[in-house]
Design a protein around this ligand. Structure first.
Ligand SMILES: C[S@@+](CC[C@H](N)C(=O)[O-])C[C@H]1O[C@@H](n2cnc3c(N)ncnc32)[C@H](O)[C@@H]1O
Length: 274
């Protein structure tokens, strides 16, 4: 048997075991990037095979927690892709003004940077008091960090630049207090945010939203899981609701493609029209 075949069998057995024992389902994640991160976990645990990793994870919950952190990519930034937020401000905010109450779902929000970015934008547009933001991720550890609203001070220069390019109206430093190596964001930005665990592989719809942002999450899924996620978004969006994806993600080639129109070419912002 070729080495690659054996590796694939070991990965499948590992994912099957995790699913059956703990309920976390990585079986439909894109294999190429998953393989890399599985091997990172093998090395981080001081092991030499994927089967040994399976043995450890199945018998040690702490090893599972480490695996969950290692296997999911949590990289994020405030006003990531500033032009996306600029477009949101110019094209989506006027639509949102027509609603008396606005529900927004940030799917796969990681440590919360995009949630705070959105709260600031909505405050500046005098819409925040009408909004409820649901910020979800499968990973409890990142959600806990998101709830704190404390980010590394050394990233504030980059975030200030992103904020200005995203159409920010004030001085970005008004929104946080610097303490040692940290930037502590204003608690008022969390006034209308609910942080909660939600897993796209197995959880269903839980509300009806005017905006769903799921950015830089679907790239880690295979086609079948992307389909599942898009069905969930479709079922969770009001008619004419907005869907925002990451720059490398698209609604094209998906069975729900014809239910949306692109709001602005190239910005991965779609409006449900059917
Ligand atoms: C690269 S981060 C993206 C963060 C943010 N949306 C952004 O664009 O900067 C991907 C996030 O998706 C989350 N994620 C991965 N699989 C998920 C799933 N099945 N259900 C919910 N969240 C998931 C990860 O835990 C991680 O926090």
């Amino acid at each position: 048997m070729a080495k690659n075949d054996l590796e694939e069998i070991e990965i499948q057995l590992l994912l099957e075991g995790i699913y059956r024992h703990y309920g976390f389902d990585f079986r439909d994640y894109a294999l190429a990037s998953l393989r890399r991160r599985v091997w990172n976990s093998v090395r981080a645990e001081g092991l030499s095979t994927i089967s040994a990793l399976q043995d450890r994870i199945l018998h040690d919950r702490a090893a599972l927690e480490r695996f969950l952190l290692g296997v999911s990519v949590n990289v994020t930034a405030m006003y990531r892709d500033p032009s996306f937020y600029l477009t949101f401000r110019r094209r989506v905010v006027p639509i949102l003004r027509t609603y008396p109450f606005i529900r927004i779902w940030h799917v796969g929000c990681s440590t919360g940077e995009e949630v705070y970015s959105m709260a600031i934008l909505l405050q500046e547009e005098n819409l925040y008091s009408r909004c409820r933001i649901y910020a979800t991720d499968m990973n409890e550890e990142v959600l806990h960090q998101a709830q704190q609203g404390i980010f590394p001070l050394n990233r504030m220069r980059e975030y200030t630049s992103n904020y200005l390019r995203a159409g920010g109206l004030r001085s970005f430093s008004e929104y946080y207090t610097a303490a040692y190596e940290s930037a502590i964001f204003s608690a008022s930005l969390r006034d209308h945010v609910v942080f909660s665990q939600h897993n796209l592989t197995m959880d269903g719809p839980f509300n009806e939203f005017h905006v769903i942002l799921c950015r830089n999450v679907l790239i880690y899924f295979n086609r079948a899981l992307q389909e599942r996620a898009h069905s969930l978004f479709y079922d969770s969006l009001v008619m004419f609701g907005l869907l925002g994806l990451g720059q490398q993600e698209t609604i094209a080639f998906n069975t729900h493609e014809h239910h949306y129109e692109e709001l602005v070419r190239g910005e991965r912002l779609y409006r449900r029209i059917a």
